[in-house]
Ligand binder design. Structure first.
Ligand code: PMP
Length: 450
């Protein structure tokens, strides 16, 4: 229609070129695991708006809670007065925190802002300046968050100098050591912790180091779970030197990585038993409404002066009401159980592809936790690892496969500077829709490599 073509033109001409885009057209409707575009295209959504709509699009309970809240109070402003959903949300979150010491909350809008607040808090609380972050980390797009982001140069190209006082340490990932995916985790972990020890004696003294920030499952940097021993090693180093451990679960939290046995819960860090000093949450927390949070211990946050934290929209009432409904729905609908079952289904399927002779030469790795899962393909740009294997593969396998999936009716994203596809389906996806996604993926893989 004339209206939609003129809107298309507006999209072409008047939206900043600084945005990338996965598909053309406008998303006009979302229902559970599916979205519909203005021209009628219907997609199975394995992106969840980058790991946000864990309960699917427009979950009735969450949408209703938000709509109801719109009719009482939308904006009370956190420095003017509490609103009820703010406090109800804390009530809901306290019992599901990954450690019982986490009892002091501050809500923001986005993950980046929450990371920013965590970094500021770490400096204020410790009276120290420097921050250590991981190679491959992603923490956001604001200046502080960008300074601790180490996953792709595009996020900061042309923007330097970034916030000073940031040091980078290797994450135990085989690419960082330029070895193969079969390298024992124990060896990678020991090497990474050794490098961190060196950093603290060669570059940033513990007396100057306020915090170490880590994603328990690296997100934008390639969906790489941190080995439990690495997280425990970080905790030990932080304890030894009075450094705060900031755990960024913006992407890995809220059930996304559940399904690993007894210590299981809403957060990836639980598998390790490690206590975060500061936990950062967002994305799945409010299923699409803008909301993030910084959680710490009262004993630490009591050191902050009133007025040192704040923000016009921070902890918005509609977003908090949505988040209360998210926590309730996750529990009432046994979503963590579903994550466990669907995770097994997806891993079994991807491991099967990896073991299939027609695909095996192209697939380097299948990894992840819960429904935060990656398949990494061999790269045509030669790493020492690939040269050693005399691998010859088509260029840009991951993006070619993702494009074929989209043509076949499923939204799928790549991630990192490696040839990696990431699977982030809704946490409450049905067995049938998971099967459908797997079938589309295999077809796309076949289209590209055979
Ligand atoms: N931390 C992590 C681990 C993330 O994955 C992201 C977003 N991808 C952020 C922080 C930044 O969140 P936001 O985009 O909401 O600012």
């Amino acid at each position: 229609s004339a209206t939609s073509s003129s809107l298309e033109e507006i999209g072409e001409l008047h939206v900043t070129k600084g945005l990338g885009r996965l598909v053309t057209g406008m998303m006009v409707d979302g229902d559970g695991s599916y979205v519909t575009m203005d021209d009628g295209r219907h997609y199975l959504d394995f992106t969840c708006g980058i790991g946000v709509t864990g309960l699917g699009h427009c979950h009735p309970k969450v949408s209703k809670a938000a709509a109801d809240q719109c009719l009482s109070i939308v904006h009370s402003q956190c420095s003017i007065a509490f609103h009820k959903p703010y406090l109800e949300l804390i009530q809901r979150l306290l019992p599901i925190m990954p450690h019982k010491s986490l009892d002091s909350f501050f809500f923001w809008n986005s993950g980046s802002e929450a990371v920013e607040a965590a970094l500021k808090m770490a400096r204020i609380i410790t009276g120290k300046q420097n921050i250590i972050s991981m190679q491959g980390a992603y923490h956001g797009r604001t200046f502080g968050a960008m300074a601790v982001t180490k996953s792709k140069t595009i996020y900061s190209e042309g923007v330097h100098p970034l916030m000073p006082g940031v040091f980078t340490t290797p994450f135990p990932y085989w690419h960082h050591a330029n070895v193969g995916p079969e390298t024992p985790t124990k060896k990678l972990t020991e090497d990474a912790l050794y490098q961190l020890d060196l950093l603290l004696s060669q570059q940033t003294a513990p007396e100057n180091t306020a915090a170490i920030i880590v994603e328990p499952v690296i997100g934008e940097g390639g969906y790489v779970p941190a080995p439990v021993e690495f997280l425990q090693g970080l905790r030990a180093i932080c304890d030894k030197h009075d450094i705060l451990l900031i755990v960024d679960e913006v992407q890995s939290g809220f059930g996304r990585t559940s399904g690993r046995g007894k210590k299981d819960g809403f957060f990836a860090i639980q598998e390790s038993g490690v206590r975060p000093d500061i936990l950062v949450i967002a994305k799945g927390l409010a299923n699409g409404f803008p909301l993030s949070g910084v959680v710490s211990r009262k004993e630490l946050t009591d050191k902050l002066k009133p007025g040192s934290m704040g923000g016009t929209y921070a902890g918005n009432a509609v977003s908090c009401a949505a988040a209360v409904a998210v926590v309730d729905a996750m529990q009432e609908e046994n979503v963590l159980e579903n994550v466990k079952a669907r995770s097994k289904q997806l891993f079994d399927f991807l491991s099967g592809l990896r073991a299939t002779p027609a695909y095996a030469p192209f697939i380097l790795d299948v990894r992840g936790r819960g429904l935060m899962v990656a398949m990494e393909f061999a790269s045509s740009t030669a790493s020492a690892h690939d040269i050693a294997r005399k691998r010859e593969v088509p260029a840009k396998l991951a993006s070619k496969i993702a494009t074929r999936c989209i043509e076949r009716g499923m939204l799928l994203l790549t991630t990192s500077v490696y040839e990696t596809i990431r699977f982030i389906p809704p946490l409450n996806i049905s067995e049938e829709d998971m099967n459908k996604g797997c079938e589309i993926f295999e077809q796309a893989l076949k289209d590209v490599v055979t």
